[in-house]
Design a protein around this ligand. Structure first.
Ligand SMILES: [Zn+2]
Length: 497
């Protein structure tokens, strides 16, 4: 049986409430009506706080520029807090009448999304390439309404029939009425409206945290100023599972200004075809060595009597799919060992499926604790309700290097700390001259590779000391590469110093 703690608690509370209400003669239907009726004046208060329905309904264009601080909860160099802080920026503009939208994210990997009508482009500003987005970017339901409280108030107003009063909260000693709203997407939001001023102080959504499982993601609006007649927070921040993860500080903001110049693709960006959609078939690199084919490519090695795997990218379903294919590809040989290149969420998302297959993880003592936590959280997580039965994972701890050897195959495992992750491993097959790693030396499936960055440089400095004779470079993302391509990238780095 799967456990759903959130629902169990909610059910328990509901049962308790209905029992006590039954005792005083109030039916369930009246509880609902009461919660709905109580919500309506709170919505009115919020709408009026932002200038009234006409004012907030007439925001046609918008532009915001914020500086941001992201605490990398799932992608830090180290396993636990304090997480690495990445400074960047967010710059968003929209023009509702013309169907234009742009969101730019600055930082170490700057990107941009632009929508003109039904056409959307995803732009990588490091590689300076643009690819058509799979679906038009939805400016309304997902994004803007969540960062501009005046638009969130407008959403409450438009969807008033989907809003109920859920209770009261205190934020910094101020009392709030909490409204529950069913969003267009079906997701439930809890919006905290200041009981006195009507300003929105916070909203919460249920989240499936990668490390702890089911939890609440909280978003706060702070330091209100009046901009173009609309109360506007100058500081937004977020918490996940009780830990602060994000801050945004407004540098520039305007409602209904001229945004006509905001939607151009930057000069020098070249259009390339979208990467092929992820396929699920494993590819054979050489006899008895397979790699996934898609956004998250895991490696599998036939050791003769058993299999060794590297990485758990793509989630539980991908790993289960890989293992199902190996049933026939590798004649039902059992999975005995699994190496994880590093702890980042996109490389560990399927560790529960590996554990359920009975593998022994080869990793550091610190990563052992981290992976154990993830595997435990998977089994409680609502979004992963169709996953595997929880098992206690097995481990073999390693410090800097290890070898798994059978009569037919030798696999060498090296820790190569770098700026991307400290507990970072590569896997090397000396007979086949295959190197497998993740993230630091990607070869994108389409268009030019990114220039050498700090992640690559710090990796290369440690990797080149190992003196491994490599021919094929396989990666958890992107196409296969060669050792020459790695050397070229390292050479470019040296030349640019
Ligand atoms: Zn990573």
């Amino acid at each position: 049986m799967k456990r759903h703690p959130v629902y169990v608690i909610a059910g328990y509370v509901a049962a308790t409430v209905s029992l006590s209400l039954a005792a005083i003669g109030v039916s369930q239907a009246e509880v609902f009506l009461d919660a709905y009726t109580k919500a309506q004046p709170v919505i009115d208060k919020a709408v009026n706080a932002y200038g009234g329905p006409e004012k907030i309904g007439s925001i046609e264009t918008f532009h915001i520029h914020e500086t941001t601080k992201i605490r990398q909860r799932y992608q830090s160099r180290k396993l636990g807090p304090p997480f690495d802080i990445v400074e960047g920026s967010t710059d968003i503009a929209f023009d509702r009448a013309n169907g234009h939208f742009r969101a730019s994210f600055g930082g170490p990997f700057p990107t941009m999304q632009i929508r003109h009508g039904d056409e959307s482009q995803q732009i990588d500003l490091t590689r300076m390439v643009s690819t058509p987005a799979a679906a038009p970017i939805d400016q309304n339901t997902h994004f803007i309404n969540r960062i501009v409280p005046a638009l969130l108030a407008n959403k409450l107003y438009q969807r008033a029939q989907n809003v109920t009063w859920a209770g009261q909260s205190r934020i910094n000693d101020r009392l709030n009425d909490v409204l529950s709203i069913a969003w267009d997407t079906g997701q439930m939001y809890m919006v905290h409206v200041d009981s006195e001023t009507g300003l929105i102080r916070r909203y919460d959504i249920l989240a499936n945290d990668f490390v702890v499982g089911d939890t609440i993601a909280e978003s706060y609006f702070d330091e209100y100023e009046t901009i173009d007649g609309i109360p506007t927070p100058m500081h937004r921040w977020q918490r996940m599972a009780g830990q602060q993860t994000y801050d945004a500080y407004v540098q520039e903001i305007s409602y209904n200004g001229d945004v006509s110049s905001q939607f151009e693709i930057p000069e020098g960006v070249i259009a390339v075809d979208a990467a092929p959609p992820p396929a699920s078939e494993l590819r054979e690199l050489t006899a008895g060595v397979w790699i996934g084919n898609g956004a998250y490519q895991n490696l599998y090695v036939d050791m003769g009597d058993y299999l060794l795997s590297v990485d758990a990218g793509g989630g539980t379903a991908v790993i289960k799919g890989d293992l199902a294919q190996l049933e026939s590809l590798a004649d039902g040989k059992p999975l005995r060992y699994s190496v994880i290149t590093h702890h980042h969420s996109d490389h560990t998302a399927g560790v529960d499926a590996l554990a359920a297959a009975g593998t022994t993880f080869i990793t550091t003592a610190d990563s052992r604790e981290y992976l154990t936590g993830i595997i435990a959280s998977r089994s409680t997580a609502g979004a992963n309700a169709t996953t595997v039965e929880p098992v206690t994972p097995k481990f073999e701890t390693v410090k800097d290097r290890d070898v798994v050897e059978s009569a037919t195959r030798r696999v060498e495992i090296y820790r190569v700390p770098n700026a991307h992750a400290e507990d970072y491993f590569i896997v090397y097959l000396p007979a086949e001259k295959i190197l497998f790693g993740a993230d630091v030396f990607n070869f994108p499936p389409n268009g030019p590779a990114a220039p050498a960055n700090e992640n690559f440089q710090t990796f290369w400095d440690n990797f080149s000391k190992l003196g491994l004779d490599v021919e094929t470079v396989a990666n958890a993302h992107g196409r296969l590469g060669t050792a020459d391509e790695l050397r070229t990238r390292a050479g470019k780095r040296l030349a640019s110093r």
